[in-house]
Write a protein that binds this ligand. Structure first.
Ligand code: ACO
Length: 327
C-alpha cells in the first residue's frame, strides 16, 4: 500500500524587533501610503545581530516537533530552505541538526528562494513515500534584512525576517499531500540576485564599495512573472488531484505583494475569504512566508481535518512551485 505523506506539526520563530513603514520613511524617500498601497505591507520584523538563521530555525523546529509529538531524535531528514544561511559553509541545516540535538541524519540546505519551502516539502514527500525517511523537518528560514540595501527604496520596504518549520511524516489517507510541483527558469535570473559574495565575484573592497552584496531586483518585471507562474502552477496541482478551486478550504500564496496575491486569487476564481494573508505584519519573508502562514492558520483553528489547502509560490531563479494538501 502506498504511504501518504502529510504535515504533523508546525512552528514559527519571529524576531522581536518591528520595523514600521514610518521607520523606513526616515531611511529612504518613501511613504507609508506608497508602501501600503503598492504592497499591502505595514510592518516587518528584523533580526538582532545575535539572532542567527540557525538559532531561530531551532526555535521554530522545537515548536513544530512539540505539535507533532516527536523528539529531535525521531528525525531522519532535515531540509533548511534558505538564501540567507548562517555561513556559506557548512550548511545551516548542519547547525540546526546539532542545536536540536537530533541524531546525525541527512541534513542539507536548499536554495530555491521564496519557493524553497514548497520545494523542501516535495523532497520530504518523496523520502517519506519511498520509506527512506519516516519523519522529515522542513524549515523556511530567512534573515533577508542582512542582504537588503537600506539605501534602496525598491527593496528595503518589501523584505522581512522570519522562520517557520513543519514536520512531515506518514499520515492516513485520504489526508496528506495530493499533488506537488517544482519549476525553475534561469532565463529570469537577473530579475532578483545578489551580484557578489559567490565564487563568480568574491568579496573584495570593490564589491563592498559598489554595494554588490545586496539584493538587486527588477520588481516590475518580476511582478508579471510571479502572477503568471503562481496561477499556472496552482492550476496544475489542482488538475493533478482533480480538485476545483471552489472545493478549497484555504489558499496560502507566498506573501510577496498583496497585489500579486489578489491578481492570482482573481485569475483562479478563489473567494477572498479563502485566501490567507499576513503580509501587512510580516512583509515578504521569502521561503518562510508560507510556513509562517500555515502555522498561524493551524494554531488559530482556521485549518480543520479534511480541509483542502492549496499553497503556491514563486521566487528568485526564477523558481515556482505548488502544493495541494488534504489536512
Ligand atoms: N517608495 C516610493 N516610491 C517607490 C518605492 C518606494 N518604496 N519603490 C519604488 N518607487 C517608485 C519607483 O522609483 C517608480 O518611480 P518612477 O515612476 O518615478 O520611476 C515608481 O515607484 C513605480 O515603480 P514600479 O517599480 O513600477 O512600482 P510597482 O508598482 O511595480 O511596485 C514593487 C514595486 C512593490 C517592487 C512591485 O513591483 C513588486 O512587488 N514586485 C514583485 C517583487 C517581489 O515579489 N520580489 C520578491 C520575489 S521573492 C524572492 O525570491 C526573494
Amino acid at each position: 500500500m502506498e504511504i501518504a505523506a502529510g504535515i504533523l506539526g508546525t512552528g514559527t520563530a519571529l524576531p522581536g524587533k518591528v520595523i514600521t513603514n514610518h521607520d523606513l520613511e526616515k531611511l529612504v524617500d518613501t511613504s507609508d501610503q506608497w508602501i501600503t498601497e503598492r504592497t499591502g505591507i505595514k510592518e516587518r520584523r528584523q533580526a538582532a545581530p545575535e539572532e542567527t538563521t540557525s538559532l531561530l530555525s531551532a526555535e521554530a523546529s522545537r515548536k513544530a516537533l512539540a505539535m507533532a509529538g516527536l523528539e529531535p531524535q525521531d528525525l531522519d531528514l532535515i531540509i533548511c530552505s534558505t538564501i540567507s544561511p548562517d555561513m556559506p559553509l557548512p550548511s545551516t541545516a548542519a547547525f540546526i541538526q546539532t542545536q536540536l540535538g537530533a541524531h546525525p541524519c541527512c541534513s542539507f540546505d536548499l536554495a530555491a528562494a521564496c519557493s524553497g519551502f514548497l520545494f523542501g516539502a516535495t523532497v520530504a514527500e518523496q523520502y517519506i513515500k519511498t520509506q527512506k525517511a519516516k519523519y522529515a523537518l522542513v524549515i523556511g528560514a530567512e534573515l533577508l534584512s542582512r542582504y537588503v540595501d537600506y539605501h534602496d527604496r525598491a527593496t528595503c520596504v518589501i523584505f522581512g525576517d522570519g522562520v517557520a518549520a513543519a514536520v512531515f511524516g506518514p499520515v492516513e489517507p485520504p489526508s496528506g499531500i495530493l499533488a506537488s510541483e517544482m519549476h525553475t527558469n534561469g532565463a529570469f535570473a537577473d530579475h532578483l540576485y545578489i551580484p557578489a559574495g559567490g565564487a563568480r565575484k568574491p568579496a573584495s573592497c570593490e564589491t563592498v564599495t559598489a554595494r554588490d552584496h545586496y539584493i538587486k531586483m527588477r520588481g516590475n518585471e518580476l511582478f508579471k512573472v510571479a502572477v503568471r507562474s503562481m496561477e499556472d502552477v496552482s492550476r496544475r496541482v489542482l488538475e493533478q488531484a482533480n480538485v476545483c478551486p471552489d472545493q478549497l478550504a484555504l489558499f496560502i500564496p507566498h506573501q510577496a505583494n498583496q497585489r500579486i496575491t489578489n491578481a492570482v486569487r482573481d485569475r483562479l476564481g478563489i473567494g477572498a475569504e479563502k485566501v490567507y494573508s499576513n503580509i501587512s505584519r510580516t512583509g515578504n519573508t521569502s521561503s518562510a512566508s508560507i510556513p509562517i502562514c500555515l502555522d498561524e492558520c493551524v494554531r488559530s483553528g482556521r485549518i480543520k481535518k479534511g480541509d483542502l489547502i492549496l499553497m503556491s509560490a514563486f521566487g528568485a531563479g526564477v523558481t515556482w512551485g505548488g502544493l495541494l494538501v488534504r489536512w
